[in-house]
Every structure is written in C-alpha cells, then in structure tokens.
Design a protein around this ligand. Structure first.
Ligand code: ZN
Length: 102
C-alpha cells in the first residue's frame, strides 16, 4: 500500500528538467536500407517523456523517447523507441528500419 501516494510524490519531486540533468543524448543509427549512419540527438529537456505505469515499459524505465528519423540518402523512415533510467542511461531500445550502432 502507499504506492499511489509514493508515485504522486515522485511526479512532483522529479521533474524532467532537473538541474544538472539537461543536455542531449546521442545515438548513431544505421539505416537498414542504405547503411547510412545517422547521428541522432535527443534533448533531455524536450524530447524525453516520463514513463507512467499504464505505458508499460521495461523494469526500471523512468523516461522514454519516441522519434522518427529520416536520413539524407534514402526515404526509409527509422522509428526509434528508447527507455532510460533516472540517469538517462539507455536501458532498452526498439528500432524499426535501422539499428543502433553507437
Ligand atoms: Zn537510408
């Protein structure tokens, strides 16, 4: 018991824009169609959303990002879903149309 109140507290005491945690997370994706390497920058202040219980997500996931990435060499759209812990470390990812290589 008490989980609901505890969750509420977490929402109000842990805003996404915590001081010292702003910045960008970088990924290098490779397009499945043309092998282009695409660097993707995810801003922790605007691109990342908080994971709520009803969203599911892997254990320990606190933030997630969903992004569509288009390279410059072809029109293959890459869909990236990434889950992060509270330190913005990637703990799980799902990429359609490409893969994470760095
Ligand atoms: Zn491509």
């Amino acid at each position: 018991m008490g989980g609901f109140l505890e969750n509420l507290k977490n929402i109000f005491t842990s805003p996404v824009q915590s001081p010292g945690k702003q910045g960008a997370i970088k990924f290098v994706l490779q397009c499945n169609r043309c092998s282009e390497e695409i660097t993707v920058k995810i801003r922790t202040s605007s691109d990342i959303s908080r994971v709520y219980e009803e969203d599911g997500g892997p254990p320990g996931a606190v933030f997630y990002v969903r992004k569509e990435i288009l390279g410059s060499k072809c029109n293959n759209l890459i869909y990236l879903t990434g889950y992060f812990n509270e330190n913005f470390s990637l703990i799980s990812s799902d990429v359609t149309g490409g893969k994470i290589i760095g």
